[in-house]
Ligand binder design. Structure first.
Ligand code: ATP
Ligand code: MG
Ligand code: MG
Length: 554
């Protein structure tokens, strides 16, 4: 394995191991809220937490942070598990914050008894008005000094569903004058009469993230609870909640924060991704233009390329924006090694080889991947009438045009050298046929002198008689702005690229007739393409995954 310097969280772990923390008490978790599909930002956190698990041979729990029934669904739980498995990670235990609802409730009761929590019966506006500002301390509300008995009775009545939503909350009793606004008596519970995807209608009150998260880490004995930088200010509260329940014989979790992944030309907030789906700006969470793991998968990304990307971007404490092209670079590198080469023509023009025998056909040998000897060879059919790309021919070409033109020779990949002779045009002057002659001794691989002849270009092609028609979906970036959700005055939807999807009909070589969804190919000279889940043997559908070069580098 490569020598790599430790990132700061590994360094923290190494330091604690060096000072006596037992390695077998290391334990990590990945805690998604099942309120949407995983995106490439989550992949960073996944690679970090599961990477630590592998490095230190430590358990990594998959914990669904399912404390807000208004937004969570089983569909999301299932999708998250599928995406994690596809990325190649195995969790130790599958756990749910909702499994801890009773324990969390019991601890809250204990905190009320200890004078550390109280029921507030004001409106949210009243509470907000008392909260103060970062430079001005808050003021105590009128319910702050309710008796323990009254608090216990009200909290139980909240739990029993005796009150409607918004009428009461449970708050931690900390310090309304704290310099950390989050410490000014934060909410612990709110009333929600909602159906929960796991606990159904059992609970009428639900714990807030800050309360549930740290206590869940404690229950699972997570040693290193890793989250993104927005939670730095929450750490004090995380520790305060742990102080209320901590038993010195147990592992005490610690929170560490790293910089989240920001990528240009996309959005990653689940709320915004949900809006794209719900308002039909895309075809679903797995639309190949989405930055979701399922969208990337459908687009043709490989797990390897995503893990490699996470490896390259690293783990640090400073926020930055990563170029989308880095993700594509990682993908190209992987596909270059693994994707079989095939021929497809996406914008066809007909070529007739006038000196090729009528009715004849040959099956020529074509190398599947010059980067991978074990990939072997396949047969591709050659005949008198072919398609090439329209842009690979110019009647009158400039000197540096290394493609086909009248009087000029090019090689057809895996086949013969041809020479442009004449064109046939329709009434509007559009070329409908290119007539060429071929050098019958020039077949690639034949070993003849003519087969070694150097000509200034090589074109891909398909035999018209044998080619299979296919729908090809060409994608461009979903947003035309580098940071679509950074504009104060404008909604991110205003920056959607109206041309992010173009559908065309192409022709592919017949070896592709039997492809399956997810199969990946390099269409020679065009880019990498992946078979879409909509594809059938009657109608092949390919997604353009990524071009051969960085097309964004203008
Ligand atoms: P959103 O704000 O879009 O709802 P979230 O952070 O609330 O996202 P969670 O499901 O709670 O989404 O995230 C699960 C884990 O993934 C958390 O530990 C979170 O910090 C991490 N995560 C989410 N987005 C990113 C990102 N862009 N970069 C790195 N880690 C992320
Ligand atoms: Mg969230
Ligand atoms: Mg979250």
């Amino acid at each position: 394995s490569e020598e790599k310097s430790l990132h700061f969280i590994e360094q923290i772990i190494e330091d604690s191991l060096a000072s006596g923390f037992p390695q077998d008490q290391l334990r990590f978790r990945f805690p998604p809220e099942p309120n949407g599909y995983l995106h490439i930002g989550h992949a960073k956190s996944i690679c970090l937490n599961f990477g630590l698990g592998l490095k230190y041979n430590a358990p990594v729990n998959l914990r669904f942070d399912d404390t807000n029934p208004a937004k969570e669904e089983q569909e999301y739980v299932d999708a998250i598990k599928e995406d994690l498995k596809w990325l190649g990670f195995n969790w130790t235990e599958e756990l749910y914050s909702s499994d801890y609802f009773q324990q969390l409730y019991d601890w809250a009761v204990q905190m009320i008894k200890n004078g550390k929590a109280y029921v507030d019966s004001q409106t949210s506006e009243e509470m907000a008005a008392q909260k103060g500002t970062p430079t001005q301390s808050g003021v105590d509300g009128p319910y702050r000094n309710r008796s323990v008995e009254e608090n216990l009775a009200l909290f139980e009545a909240m739990k029993n569903g005796e009150f409607s939503e918004g009428t009461h909350v449970l708050r931690a009793k900390i310090d309304m004058a704290s310099t950390n606004m989050l410490m000014r008596d934060p909410l612990m519970y709110r009333i929600l009469h909602r159906h929960h995807h796991r606990t159904a209608n059992e609970w009428k009150i639900y714990p807030m993230y800050d309360y549930a998260h740290g206590e869940s880490d404690y229950l699972e004995q997570i040693s290193h609870s890793i989250c993104t930088l927005e939670f730095v200010m929450h750490r004090e509260l995380y520790n305060w909640f742990l102080d209320q329940i901590y038993d010195a014989n147990q592992v005490r979790p610690n929170q560490y924060e790293f910089a989240r992944l920001n990528l240009n030309y996309t959005v990653m907030s689940k709320r915004k991704l949900l809006q794209l789906v719900q308002e039909n700006f895309v075809a679903g969470w797995d639309d190949p233009r989405m930055p979701t793991i399922s969208g990337l998968r459908r687009r043709g990304y490989t797990p390897n390329s995503i893990r490699k990307f996470c490896d390259i971007i690293g783990v640090a404490k400073r926020e930055n924006v990563i170029d989308y092209s880095l993700l594509e670079f990682c993908l190209r590198e992987d596909l270059n090694k693994t994707a079989p080469r095939v021929m497809a023509v996406l914008d066809p023009v007909k070529v007739v080889i006038t000196n090729y025998p009528q009715g004849n056909e040959e099956w020529l040998d074509a190398e599947n991947n010059q980067e991978d000897e074990s990939a072997g060879y396949r047969k591709v059919p050659f005949s008198r009438e072919l398609y090439i790309e329209r842009e690979d021919f110019l009647e009158e070409a400039p000197a540096k045009f290394f493609r086909l033109s009248i009087g000029k020779e090019v090689r057809l990949k895996n086949a013969y050298i041809i020479k442009g002779e004449s064109v046939v045009k329709d009434a509007n002057g559009n070329i409908t046929e290119i007539h060429v002659s071929y050098d019958e001794d020039s077949r690639s691989g034949s070993g003849s002198e003519a087969s070694q002849r150097k000509v200034s270009g090589t074109l891909h092609w398909v035999s018209i008689k044998h080619a299979v028609e296919a729908e090809v979906r060409l994608y461009d970036r979903l947003f035309i702005d580098e940071a679509p959700d950074s504009h104060k005055e404008k909604n991110f939807l205003e920056f959607m690229n109206p041309n992010s999807l173009q559908i065309s009909t192409g022709f592919v070589e017949p070896s592709l007739q039997t492809v399956q969804a997810g199969d990946k190919f390099q269409f020679q000279r065009l880019g990498y393409f992946s078979v879409d889940k909509d594809s059938t043997s009657e109608k092949l559908v390919f997604n353009k995954t990524v071009g051969l070069k960085d097309a964004w580098e203008e």
